[in-house]
Design a protein around this ligand. Sequence first.
Ligand code: AMP
Length: 608
Amino acid sequence: MERVLGIDLGTTNTCVAIVEDGVPTVIPNRGGYKTTPSMVAITEAGKRLVGHIAKRQAITNAENTVYAAKRLIGRKWTSPQVKNAVSTASYKIVEGPHGDVRIVLRDKTYSVPEMSAMILQEVKLFAEDYLNEPVTKAVITVPAYFNDNQRQATKDAGTIAGLDVIRIINEPTAAALAYGFGKNVDKVLAVFDLGGGTFDISILEISSGGVFKVIATAGDTFLGGEDFDGRIIDWLVDGFKEQNGVDLRQDRMALQRLKDAAEKAKCELSGVTETEINLPFIISSGRNDALHLQRALSRATLEQLCEDLIERCVEICRQTLEDARLDKDEIEEVVLVGGMTRMPAVQEAVTKFFAREPCKGVHPDEVVGLGAAVQGAALVDESREMILLDVTPHALGIMTAGSKFEELIPKNTTVPTSRSKIFTTSRDNQTAVKILVMQGESEQANENELLGEFILTGLRRAPKGQVEIEVNFEINSDGIVSVSAKDLETGQAQSIQVTASSGLTKDEVKSMMDKAKDFLVQSKESDEFEGVRQEAEKLVTDIEKMFPQVESVVASSDFGREALSKARGILQKTREAMDKKDANSVKEQMEALSRTHRMFKGVVSRPH
Ligand code: AMP
């Protein structure tokens, strides 16, 4: 049976899992770690770095190291979240050709799905190494509160990376799948998922027959660990300015060091109550004096700085319970997901709100990837009894007269579903209507996300309000939305399948996919070259070192002089092939090089 990767493509970390012999298992990366930082960098030499290796050089290459790309994926350039990111990110964010967001690294511009694809391509590669076979199918998770454009953009990222994304599922739902895996229980569960960039809460009902039904979900796609780090950074920058009159925000490298130190301090304060942030030579004062940053941060101060962020999470939980029409005491288990739930104040807030201790049995960093793997296995193996009933996180509807939003499918409706509503013309003699399909909760249509539009023409000329049009919305189990509009009098109809816009056209996705494939070939070639180059370099250096000694012994005979001249020729040819970065030519010299090496070794080790 074909294998399916379960991928939790997180804001901060990415985790990949697979079901092996019926057991969901996390696949470690090349360094043996179970999660890989969601970071990509381009070095001065143009080399691409992904994961830990990118994170390690982030401070010295801040402008060309991308983190938290997930916060930008599928968003429009004009969104307030993007504005916020433009002013705080250490890398350059620019407007794309379709009002989307692009990232500039070393003068090259990349779309956000391309950046995410680089991470996916890397996890695909190490997963294939681990499994010792190619894998193309994947289930990728997204925050439950992602809209359709963000979901489509994530899917595009998978396609660019050469993956066939067979399903996109919600992170908290995936966590519930992993939690419920192999347990024969009937339970109402709350999954509280606070990661690096996003917050989600989902209330689910699991039943012993393997049915996972989401009752309600909500969240904030711009609330996560990054915001907690941001509070510490602000506190450090403000304090430093007060003390030294210097604004650290003006220096990208200083900012990256602050970011690193802030995250580290935050994580430390989950275990201890006080820590020290120490950043020597953070910036020069302009009079050639280097300034140092040294400040103690207590857990209490951190909690004060982030109090409102935690309160926002709790408020969303309150709202979700209301949406689910459940009382707190009807929640039988609380599952914590995401690295930020290690913060004691977050755990305390959750415990206080739900009036129960959260479940200890799941690993907050791995549970989502594991759940995605469980879903992947169930999709290709029909013998696995598992039914997943998810909901639409946002309402769907159309724009009506006066730019009002008219809801057809309310949020938290179980999918698949379909709903119809009858509308009438709003002007006299109106012969056409434009249907704008939107997603969101605001009554003002322009505050919601536009998913697609189409026009129904040929309406009968009549006074306004007389022609009736039936609009039908349908969402299938893959979350694909189809909308149709029908003139009830003539039966004339128009429909579209709403393909959410990731900000990229189909052609762009295809060309990015080709580029990603070429990159793989080139990087394989360059890795291969590097391998032979290192081997050849070692032999060349050794031979050159031995040359004077060998010369003094053998140069007296014709045979010896000939051998030395041959050796010189081989060394020169090898050097030329290495300069040309020509792996095949280097390989061609290897045999002669090894022979010469053996011969020289024999001469120098002989007693004279
Ligand atoms: P995730 O997206 O689930 O990988 O979560 C990553 C976020 O969790 C980042 O913001 C991390 O800084 C944060 N995090 C990881 N470990 C801890 C910890 N021990 N205490 C507080 N936050 C943490």
